[in-house]
Design a protein around this ligand. Structure first.
Ligand SMILES: CC(C)(COP(=O)(O)OP(=O)(O)OC[C@H]1O[C@@H](n2cnc3c(N)ncnc32)[C@H](O)[C@@H]1OP(=O)(O)O)[C@@H](O)C(=O)NCCC(=O)NCCS
Length: 176
């Protein structure tokens, strides 16, 4: 059961987390490309740092929602992950991550993946606790914030936690 009470708000920028990793032999599959599970692990950790920065509580992953692997990442590449909390609800937070790969010779950074994870803030006993709301700053942060309610409704329907007829934001998409 959730604990009651609102806990203020934080700008999106307060939750930004960025890490860079070298792709080492132990991170690759038999083709010499980054193994998908390793990228999911890096995304999970970087996203958790963002969620923690936003709410300053222990956070647990409740769902991995969207991950796309648009192009292979090679052994020796530098992989940068940048995450931020795109929107907070009562106890849950949607975290958006973008992934760039740096060319080994030119240093050019190419965006190659994005991912959305959902975290829940919990107390010492593992009970969900309320989190601050997000205040978007840039145009892109606002766009991601606006879309988060729709994505949440879709997630909750798929998880059997919401009836499709209650998903007002999703329904509005089709009524346009
Ligand atoms: C996180 C946890 C404490 C939540 O417990 P719960 O009984 O589901 O709690 P609630 O029903 O109050 O839901 C908590 C929040 O999660 C959200 N949620 C639940 N299931 C969800 C799903 N499948 N997708 C997205 N959000 C979900 C709810 O909407 C709620 O968010 P809100 O408060 O912002 O509205 C519990 O599910 C848990 O411990 N899960 C395991 C977490 C873990 O071990 N992660 C690592 C996996 S390896």
């Amino acid at each position: 059961m959730k604990q009651a009470g609102s806990v203020g708000s934080c700008p999106t920028s307060a939750s930004v987390a960025e890490t860079t990793n070298f792709v080492l032999p132990n991170d690759t599959n038999t083709l010499g490309n980054l193994f998908g599970g390793r990228l999911l692990q890096w995304l999970d950790i970087n996203s958790a740092v963002s969620a923690h920065r936003h709410c300053k509580r222990v956070v647990v992953t409740i769902a991995v929602n969207n991950v796309s692997f648009d192009r292979p990442i090679k052994l020796g590449d530098l992989v940068t992950i940048r995450s931020h909390v795109s929107r907070a609800f009562d106890t849950s937070m949607e975290v958006w991550s973008d992934v760039w790969v740096e060319d080994q010779l030119t240093g050019e950074k190419i965006k190659c993946n994005s991912a959305i994870y959902t975290f829940v803030a919990v107390d010492n006993t593992g009970r969900p606790v309320n989190v601050p709301q997000v205040v978007p700053g840039t145009e892109e942060e606002q766009k991601r914030y606006d879309g988060a309610l729709r994505r949440r409704q879709l997630r909750l329907i798929l998880a059997g936690r919401m009836k499709p007829e209650e998903a007002s934001e999703l329904k509005a998409l089709f009524d346009r």
